[in-house]
Ligand binder design. Structure first.
Ligand code: NDP
Length: 286
């Protein structure tokens, strides 16, 4: 590490799989910024003290991943961006005037990637599957992008309903365009412009109980999960007739680009870095 480099890291548990160091080093080369970016594996019992020690030691910014995003939100609760406040989770931390600040860049990353892929337009009807942390983080930016309707379905339907309630109670912009239900609500709702998978099912190769006609009539299909091969969700959608599909690698790179912009004031191009990481993933399985 160069002594003049700005220090950044991603903190999680486990963390060895994280691609963030490669992504941020590629941004740094592209933008001519001298950066050191490492992985920090924090024991759950010492997350807060590890974050404090990092910033007290001169660290400039932290990305936060599973399982600490909610705890990062609590730590930065006095200085949250609007996006982080509604998302209930923080993936980007920095210090300003001695105080910890937090933002959530997942949603802006998703919207930027969908826009790049020409999968998102104002007036779209969007089906969001899943009601965990990732789903909650993308609701605000999807509404802000101008969708006409955002319907959230989840295996546990009450969790999807709870997300809609949060938006309504906070009278957040676009709350009236939100609706929710279980998978049984889908048979009555054909013809989505965009279907987004925000469940963890692709991690385990599982499929979802989606009515088969739904895929054929849909404009585009996006899985937040990513890998060297098409994800289980993409394989299911393609077998059922979906034509336009993408995985979440572009979202991963684009959320990192927004963190980089917050910290360094310069916005890197994401396309070359998506290509780089895709190439690395493919060579790793050869
Ligand atoms: P959470 O654990 O918070 O939520 C998991 C979600 O998956 C819940 O909605 C859960 O439903 C659902 N689920 C789990 N198993 C099943 C199943 N067998 N059938 C149906 N639904 C199921 O996870 P996150 O929200 O943090 O992450 C979700 C996905 O998004 C992961 O694949 C993650 O890798 C990806 N992600 C990608 C990012 C990117 O940059 N590309 C960024 C963030 C996340 P229930 O409530 O009923 O349990």
């Amino acid at each position: 590490m160069n002594t003049n480099s700005l220090r950044f890291a991603v903190i999680g548990h486990p963390i060895s799989h994280s691609r963030s160091p490669d992504i941020h080093q590629a941004f740094a080369r592209q933008c001519g910024v001298n950066v050191s970016y490492t992985r920090i594996d924090a024991e759950p019992s010492s997350f807060e003290s590890t974050v404090s020690a990092f910033f007290n030691g001169g660290g400039r910014g932290l990305n936060v991943t599973v399982p600490f995003k909610e705890r990062a939100w609590t730590m930065a609760s006095a200085h949250l961006s609007q996006r982080a406040r509604l998302a209930g989770a923080v993936n980007t931390l920095w210090q300003a005037d001695g105080a910890l600040h937090g933002c959530n860049t997942d949603g802006i990353g998703l919207v930027r990637d969908l826009t790049r892929l020409q999968m998102l337009s104002p007036g779209n009807r969007i089906l969001l599957i899943g009601a965990g942390g990732a789903a909650r983080g993308v609701i605000g930016p999807l509404l802000a992008a101008g969708c006409e309707r955002l319907h959230i379905v989840n295996r546990t339907a009450t969790r999807a309903e709870a997300l809609v309630m949060i938006w309504r109670q906070q009278q957040a912009a676009g709350a009236t365009r939100l609706s929710s239900g279980g998978f049984d609500s889908l048979s009555a709702e054909p013809g989505w412009d965009l279907i987004i998978n925000a469940t963890a099912t692709s991690l385990h190769g599982e499929t979802l109980p989606i009515p088969s006609g739904l895929w054929r009539e849909s404009g585009a299909v996006y899985d937040m999960m990513y890998g060297a091969q098409p994800t289980a969700f993409m394989v299911q959608a393609q077998a059922e007739g979906a034509q336009r599909l993408a995985d979440g690698l572009g979202m991963l790179v684009a959320q990192a680009a927004e963190s980089f912009r917050i910290w360094n004031g310069v916005e890197p191009a994401i396309e070359p870095v998506i290509d780089l990481v895709r190439g690395q993933m493919r060579s790793a399985v050869r």
